[in-house]
Design a protein around this ligand. Structure first.
Ligand code: DGL
Length: 356
């Protein structure tokens, strides 16, 4: 009898110790998933459909339920913020997202955010948030290149790794991150480089920040540009953003599209120029006239990589133009939109392009 009592006593002590240690040792991070649509939520007619599918069909609850392993790594809540293909994302949507992200991250009980997003404009939303999120907690955008209904869909593992990253202390303070295909990228530098391939997101010249390897985020570098909590941009009370257009340069380029943008009243134009942000002589005249009407002109490049050298392909000082650094045209447009919420001084805007 005494022997049985002793065994029961030891079992109770063990269970008590295990529960205390378990609770103390593995307090799971609280990660909120904000779903916006895209291919990760896409549905196709068959399991072999990988291009002709409908994006944004699967809701956030189903996305989470499809990855029960999430419960092992985080306490997860889901919100359906939007339900669109990301080609339809707008600056107003960016403002909505930034507002909700900042609201959630201000809560002590929220450790990180994952945003599921279509890949077409994922890099733009990511960079906008990189400049407007007012917290050092991890914000991770992810998506998929194959719909949720396809065999070897990439969405579930991308979601699992994104939640793991958003709950990781190592991901804090590194700016908004993009995670697909096990690869961790900086929102500022990553871009979609292929129309259909699962490894479409690349960072030309500079490379990934790191990887998720065997369930652990491994960082190898960080971006040196200002972001998130160190950003001077605040969109809290904005309901709209200044309009900025992009002019795609080409041999024999015609100024009519630029003139139409200026006539429409854009506040800025980004030149997706040939080479090192080049403009034809005719376009230089058109851009100088635009500048004369108060439009800010930023020289970027259609090449997809490299740095725009100031006063090389245009007399930027004389023309009062801005150069984009190594930001591609779609990223340069976002920074210019935010810069124009603070100033119309081209020299001050040039400072911002060297800093963010
Ligand atoms: N319609 C595209 C989008 O929502 C599909 C691409 C994708 O999500 O991978 O961006």
């Amino acid at each position: 009898m005494v022997r049985i009592f002793r065994i029961v006593y030891l079992m109770v002590v063990f269970l008590l110790l295990f529960s205390v240690c378990s609770f103390a040792g593995v307090k799971l991070p609280h990660v909120v998933i904000l779903a916006t649509g895209g291919t990760i939520a896409g549905a196709g007619a068959s399991t072999t459909t990988t291009v002709d599918y409908t994006p944004a069909k699967v809701g956030v609850a189903a996305l989470i339920a499809a990855v029960p392993e999430l419960a092992r790594i985080a306490r997860v809540d889901g919100e359906q913020i939007l339900r669109i293909g990301s080609e339809n994302m707008t600056p107003k949507d960016w403002l909505t997202l930034a507002g909700r992200v900042n609201q959630l991250l201000a809560r002590a009980d929220v450790d990180g955010i994952v945003i599921t997003h279509g890949t077409d404009t994922l890099e733009e939303t990511a960079y906008f948030l990189n400049l407007t999120v007012k917290s050092g907690k991890p914000v991770v955008l992810t998506g998929a290149m194959r719909p949720a209904t396809a065999i070897s869909a990439d969405g579930p593992m991308n979601l699992y790794h994104a939640v793991l990253l958003a709950g990781a202390k190592a991901a804090a303070g590194k700016g908004v991150l993009v995670l697909l295909n096990d690869q961790i990228s900086a929102a500022r530098e990553v871009t979609k480089t292929n129309t259909t391939a699962p490894d479409t997101f690349k960072t030309p010249d500079l490379g990934f920040l790191g990887y998720v390897i065997a369930g652990e985020p491994q960082f190898y570098r960080i971006s040196t540009k200002r972001h998130t909590a160190d950003s001077e941009f605040d969109v809290t009370n904005l309901s709209a953003l200044p309009e900025v257009g992009i002019f795609y340069g080409y041999a024999g380029e015609n100024r009519s599209v630029l003139d139409a943008m200026v006539a429409k009243g854009v506040s800025g134009v980004v030149n997706a120029g040939t080479g090192d942000g080049s403009m034809s002589d005719g376009m230089k005249t058109a851009y100088r006239e635009a500048r004369g009407r108060g439009v800010i002109v930023v020289r970027s490049s259609r090449t997809g990589s490299g740095f725009i050298a100031r006063t090389a392909e245009a007399k930027d000082d004389e023309y009062d133009f801005v150069v984009a650094g190594n930001l591609n045209p779609q990223k340069a447009r976002i920074l210019l939109m935010l810069a124009l919420t603070k100033t119309k001084d081209a020299k001050e805007i040039q400072r911002m392009f060297m800093m963010y």
